[in-house]
Ligand binder design. Structure first.
Ligand code: PBG
Length: 326
């Protein structure tokens, strides 16, 4: 008697068509959101050394880039602004002529409703101390005073044409404060993508180069962002944000939090986004430049893993590159 394996797993792996037919996670252009940086007062895009291929856009180059992303079928962009002046409160974040507000209005004209315009809602790019909120006299970040500022930023971004505002500062109560400000301002249609489970991570290093942010006094964000040893705590954060009115929730970083993405996807019915962050992108490029890995292949594999973990939306610097390959 010859004995056979009970089940031959390899049967369904034999040809590309078979593999395509049985693929569980299908990464699509529709899943992608491209993070974009726009600098105030610059005429030419400026390359960002630690994010190869990414730039601080001028207003004009931003318009062209978003039009090109729309042509590729990418449904959303997330805007970050780099102002020319910073102050203790971060007032350029809500100034009507602040760089993100100006850029949003121009993009709305450029692409109409073809691309979902999201704006990162935070103060760190706008404060002279680099923290995500306003400081109390003792130097700590004042949660409730910061909420008042976030409400102002939300109104400014909504007024300028944002479809989605994305609070990323991890203040307690930020989603509720923003939702009520938006309702009072008549912006019922503006959605909130909450950076709900956002960890204090060393993987944001290249991003801080991109927006020229250094936290004063060698500080960090551990008093407001999550400790990366914690998994259950993420569920509490996400549940609070949904209860406060978040339309979409985000987990960040992505690859370092696949367990959290899977937990959130299982527990909730709102769309779940994951942010494949600057450090995750930069590592792929750095290793590929040395010839140690096949960069484009690793990029797709990583994003596929984020999708498989349960993300419905992936915010990634690879959006443009991967969209062309899908
Ligand atoms: C805060 C914000 C950060 C990122 C997105 N929004 C920086 C931080 O929390 O320090 C990081 C994104 C990335 O690393 O790609 N405005």
């Amino acid at each position: 008697m010859v004995s056979f394996p009970a089940r031959r797993m390899r049967r369904l792996r034999r040809t590309p068509a078979l593999r395509r037919l049985v693929a569980e996670a299908r990464l699509s252009v529709d899943d992608l959101v491209a993070p974009l940086f726009v600098g105030e007062g610059i005429d030419e895009p400026r390359p960002i050394a630690s994010l190869p291929g990414m730039v601080q856009h001028s207003r004009e180059s931003l318009r062209k880039e978003v039009a090109a992303l729309a042509d590729l079928g990418i449904p959303g962009v997330m805007l970050f602004g780099i102002p020319t002046t910073r102050d203790a409160e971060g007032s350029q974040a809500w100034a009507p002529d602040g760089i993100v507000q100006v850029a949003l209005a121009e993009l709305r004209v450029e692409v109409g409703d073809d691309v979902v315009l999201m704006a990162d809602l935070c103060l760190d790019e706008y404060t002279d101390h680099g923290h995500c909120g306003v400081l109390a006299p003792d130097g700590s970040v004042d949660n409730d005073l910061t909420l008042e500022r976030y409400a102002q930023v939300a109104l400014a971004q909504a007024g300028a044409g944002a479809d989605v505002v994305a609070p990323s500062g991890m203040m307690d109560g930020q989603v509720a404060a923003i939702r009520s400000a938006l309702e009072r301002g008549g912006h019922h249609r503006v959605a909130i993508l909450a950076y709900a489970a956002k960890y204090a991570s060393a993987l944001y290093g290249p991003f801080r180069d991109a927006v020229d942010v250094t936290i004063a006094g060698g500080g960090d964000r551990r008093s407001y962002q999550q400790d990366h040893r914690n998994r259950r705590e993420a569920m509490a954060e996400v549940a609070l944000d949904v209860a406060e009115g978040a339309d979409l929730v985000m987990v960040k970083p992505a690859l370092a939090c696949l367990d959290v993405i899977a937990d959130v996807r299982r527990a909730l019915d709102v769309p779940v986004a994951a942010y494949h962050v600057s450090g995750e992108y930069a590592m792929v490029h750095a290793a590929a430049e040395r010839g140690w890995i096949d960069g484009p292949a690793v990029a797709v594999e990583q994003l596929q893993a984020v999708k498989r973990a349960g993300a419905d939306i992936i915010v990634t610097y690879f959006a443009r590159e991967v969209a062309g390959a899908l």
